[in-house]
Design a protein around this ligand. Structure first.
Ligand code: NAP
Length: 271
């Protein structure tokens, strides 16, 4: 029975991952969330009788909660974990609509928001990987996937002059580097670490935009469409998760995928 642990399964991409992976009854799927009882209720209501789903309490910035979650996983699986998907992530309203120079007009807020993004997206995931490597080592799948963002792609930012989400992009670049460093250490043990961008997915990121902010997002979408003529706007969580799982399945240490940073297409085509 392959086992999976996905973080951030309360909503969005993580919830859809939990649904797709657990739809195969031979998979044992752990979802790590910050509000266990609410998500257990949601699972029971939406997928009654799905006994292969286990919801764990955890915040990736709280090391002891990750240790407790790892103990719970090991008790259920007998010690190992096949696949770890680091999906949980923080985004900021603060940097969503303005370029970095404008953000700099509020230096204290800039520092506070950036430190929060780094704490969750970089430090939290480093803790997650360190706590779960002993279980992954004992598993059969031996794959650790970080859900990152093409916003951190250094080829795309200058080509499309993507000004928005600068702090978020910086935090995802840090995550990608952490993933590459974990790969450098664990590749030789046959453990795959890689970063996958889910594409642009409609999970409500810009729902609170004012008309002026919406215009800036539209401008960015327009440049995305110029870069990728097939891009027709944000995709659904359903199609994004299918793509991510396919990239994850096809990737391997043997193929040289360790430490790589790829899109939901499995390459550097970000949209
Ligand atoms: N949507 C996109 O277009 C897009 C594009 C590129 C990359 N991504 C990345 O894909 C991943 C999922 O995105 P999404 O759009 O589904 O995001 P989302 O709807 O904002 O969901 C984020 C998830 O992360 C969880 N989370 C946040 N901080 C956490 C913490 N400290 N500990 C544990 N869980 C935490 C949230 O839990 P709560 O419910 O408790 O807040 C939630 O389940 C993220 O890493 C995001 O950066 C998304």
């Amino acid at each position: 029975m392959p086992s999976y642990l996905i973080t951030g399964t309360s909503r969005g991409i993580g919830w859809e991952m939990l649904q797709q992976i657990s739809s195969n009854p031979s998979n044992t799927v752990f979802g790590l969330v910050r509000n266990k009882s609410a998500i257990e209720t949601k699972v029971a209501q939406e997928w009654p009788g799905r006994s292969n789903v286990h919801i764990l309490q955890g915040d990736i910035t709280e090391y002891s909660s990750l240790q407790a979650a790892a103990t719970e996983v090991a008790n259920i699986t007998g010690g190992g974990l096949d696949y770890l998907i680091a999906n949980a992530g923080a985004v900021a309203h603060f940097d969503a609509y303005d370029p970095i120079g404008v953000l700099g007009e509020k230096p204290e807020a800039l520092e506070r928001e950036l430190m929060h993004l780094l704490r969750v997206n970089v430090v939290g995931n480093i803790h997650l990987f360190n706590v779960f490597v002993p279980l992954i080592r004992q598993g059969q799948g031996k794959k650790v996937i970080a859900i990152t963002s093409g916003q951190a792609a250094l080829d795309m930012i200058p080509k499309l002059s993507i000004e928005l989400s600068a702090l978020y992009a910086i935090s995802k670049a840090g995550l990608n580097t952490a993933v590459a460093k974990f790969s450098a250490q664990y590749n030789k043990e046959g453990i795959l670490f890689m970063s996958i961008c889910p594409g642009l997915v409609d999970t409500g990121r810009y729902n609170d935009a004012s008309p002026a902010q919406e215009a800036r997002v539209k401008k960015m979408m327009h440049s995305f469409a110029e870069y990728a003529p097939n891009f027709k706007g944000p995709s659904t969580t359903e199609s994004s998760v299918k793509d991510i799982l396919s990239v994850m399945e096809n990737a391997s240490v043997a193929n040289g995928d360790g430490g790589s940073f790829v899109s939901h297409f499995g390459n550097q085509q970000w949209l």
